[in-house]
Design a binder for this molecule. Sequence first.
Ligand code: HEM
Length: 73
Amino acid sequence: MNWNKYIRQIHRWLSIAFTVTVIANFVAMGLGAPPAWVVYSPLVPLFLLLFTGLYMFVLPYAAKWRSAQNTGG
Ligand code: HEM
């Protein structure tokens, strides 16, 4: 299993989970004051999205650093 592909898939599905929690917030607010766990529920997938996203952001730079090392330049 390609590790980078796996991280990208996790990020993808976390984005769906995050979107669902945001929509749930709009629905809950339409029904009145939502409980705190609903209000804060998007933070869980968002926090995980941050790490998987930063990992993907660094990937192309890490590949460049490594190839620069390998060629001795
Ligand atoms: C929290 C901080 C986040 C960071 C640092 C981040 C960073 C990234 C990066 C670097 C990529 C790869 C772009 C590329 O192809 O080079 C990416 C892809 C993506 N991000 Fe995020 N992201 C974050 C949050 C989110 C959120 C909140 C959503 C949506 C709710 C989201 C949805 C996606 C999707 C759907 C992709 C494409 C995944 C794929 O190629 O299958 N991300 N993100």
